[in-house]
Design a protein around this ligand. Sequence first.
Ligand code: HEM
Length: 294
Amino acid sequence: METVVIQSAKAAAELFKNHDVNFCDRKCIHVLTSHNYRDGSLAVGQFSPYWRMLRRLCSVEMMTNRRIDETTSIRRKCIDQMIRSIEDDVVAATARGESIVINLPKYLFLMAFNIVGNLMLSRDVLDSQTGSETTSAIIEWAMAELLRKPEVMKRVKEELHEVVGVNRLVEESDIEKLPYLQALFKETLRRDPDSWEDPLAFKPDRFLDSNIDYKGQNFELIPFGSGRRICVGMLLVQRVVLLGLASLINCFDWELDKDSTPETLDMKERIGVTVRKLVPLNVIPKRHPRIMAT
Ligand code: HEM
């Protein structure tokens, strides 16, 4: 199979609008072809009637907003477990008279893996490992950006404080009332330096009065791809990342460990299936006394 690398929003628009069907197949690494794994996989399967059926099953039966609404309690439970396990570790460290530094991606991965694993019927249909890794990576990047930009952290906290307060946990139904949090999510997903002014600056504000979304129609922001093979997990990711992030921010005050400052925090990338932080985010959570995971 030939490979074409698309590097501009204009070329992406041309490809997805006019040639999507011709570029619908994925390059598949050799190892995934053994035991015919590829033939049953939505993620690497070739564009074929069987693949189209799998895709339709996923998009129509599993990944609609209505279906995702039915599993709100699973996400709530897994995110509560994460918050509680961070709280328990903070309490235990405080009891020992120690301050605690946590490796945040470890908690995030477990949470995302539990959610995707709980929701999916079969690993052959959706690759839960890959889905969990991308989801937890996005939350880690967002938290790293927030710790580098205290003024952005302050604003998102203020918004949460106004809408949710400190006496209860954030719910998925709050998310639509949190435009700054949504802008923060988009800014974390934004990467194309040619399409954006001041591309290296982390500025969620750029999305506040904008209709640009990541659903595959605005080619300057296509973190989930576009066209026939757009990420099938997008609506789910949106729920998990926004609720997970909002819960972490609302339940704790966060500080960098003593080896980093907002100016020196290491933001180098490691490329794998996902672009992850090379150095895991080590942070200090300070517990709010009034919010407790149930
Ligand atoms: C922040 C998290 C995620 C990002 C940024 C992301 C991004 C992407 C991208 C860029 C693609 C390729 C789209 C294309 O070729 O045009 C993709 C495909 C896919 N994603 Fe995601 N993804 C995420 C999370 C998830 C999750 C949680 C799941 C599962 C529940 C998932 C399941 C899939 C599947 C099955 C495909 C293949 C779809 C197909 O080939 O038809 N993704 N994703």
